[in-house]
Design a protein around this ligand. Structure first.
Ligand code: NCD
Length: 299
């Protein structure tokens, strides 16, 4: 079954194919949508807050001509009565043809997939992974630079809890033209399993990093994952991207962020040519259309 659970499941060939399929989906959107998934149902089941991810999955399904059932806030669901993820998924799989799910806990999508009779799309499992986000991130990078030329990608912020960082860094390892730098406070350092030989590690966002970066991938400090709120308050504003920092970047470099941003990028950066985070979020629709169509074996 075509589950999407973790970045490591994709080969380079899979990734390139998904990128081509997403480009086709972009044409379909421009042409007014498709009836490809008519009669099919997507269930979105989110145990954690989301705006973009859930709504872009739902938009994607509707652009494919399918329908959606949704629990936007799983605290209204039987999970709060103690229902296990396995039981919830078994039932949803009896209603829908594909399930997109988000959980507070790492590993829930994989647990759901074990008992599901329909494909599961992991829309973020706690501090674990967010593979569909990283595919739209890759699509954004590909549209900007292609996937051949040498590229320096710098991950900034909460490298420990930022699940989008975990998934995207693994996906980028399929492209030997990409080199990775990590910029984060020691308390939020990247786990060794995501690092590779040749990576560079910084605790400061130095001028040298800003001057050499092609893709600056910034992240929110993940408040909800901290046991100690004071530690969150101490770490949340360590790196603030403002126009002065951006002025040190190359004119054709881009700033990405999975959003929501809090303080880490000032609003005055939004109008600068390097800002790419809003376009990045919009790219979620064609990429998720491709992922749903693949899961349903329509393409
Ligand atoms: C991210 C997430 O949920 O992991 N948001 C998203 O899906 N676009 C990043 C975040 O919440 O900071």
């Amino acid at each position: 079954m075509r589950h999407v659970l973790a970045a490591e499941q994709f080969s380079r060939a899979d990734l390139l194919q998904i990128m081509d399929q997403a480009a086709e989906m972009e044409k379909i959107i421009a042409a007014g949508g498709s009836r490809m998934a008519a009669g099919k149902l997507l269930a979105t089941f989110f145990y954690e807050p989301s705006t973009r991810t859930r709504l872009s999955f739902e938009t994607a399904m509707q652009r494919l001509g399918g329908s959606v059932i949704s629990t936007s806030n799983a605290t209204f669901s039987s999970v709060t009565k103690g229902e296990t993820v396995e039981d919830t998924v078994r039932i949803l799989a009896g209603y829908a043809d594909v399930i997109a799910m988000r959980s507070k806990e790492k590993g829930y999508a994989a647990r759901g997939a074990k008992v599901s009779s329909v494909p599961i799309l992991n829309a973020g499992d706690g501090p674990g992974e967010h593979p569909t986000q990283s595919l739209l991130d890759l699509y954004t990078i590909k549209k900007e630079f292609g996937l051949e030329r040498p590229l320096r990608v710098v991950f900034v912020g909460d490298l420990k809890y930022g699940r989008t960082v975990h998934s995207l860094s693994q996906i980028l390892r399929n492209f030997s033209n990409v080199s990775i730098d990590w910029v984060g406070p020691a308390e939020l350092a990247i786990q060794p399993e995501y690092t590779a030989e040749g990576d560079r590690f910084f605790t400061e966002l130095t001028d040298e990093v800003l001057e050499s970066v092609d893709v600056l991938y910034d992240t929110r400090v993940q408040e909800e994952r901290f046991a100690d709120h004071d530690e969150y308050l101490r770490l949340r504003d360590v790196y603030i991207i403002d126009p002065e920092k951006v002025s040190k970047m190359k004119p054709d470099a881009i700033i990405m962020h999975p959003l929501p941003r809090v303080n880490e990028i000032t609003a005055s950066v939004d109008a600068l040519p390097q800002a790419r985070y809003f376009q990045q979020a919009i790219n979620g629709v064609p990429v998720r259309m491709a992922l749903i169509a693949r899961a349903l074996e329509l393409i």
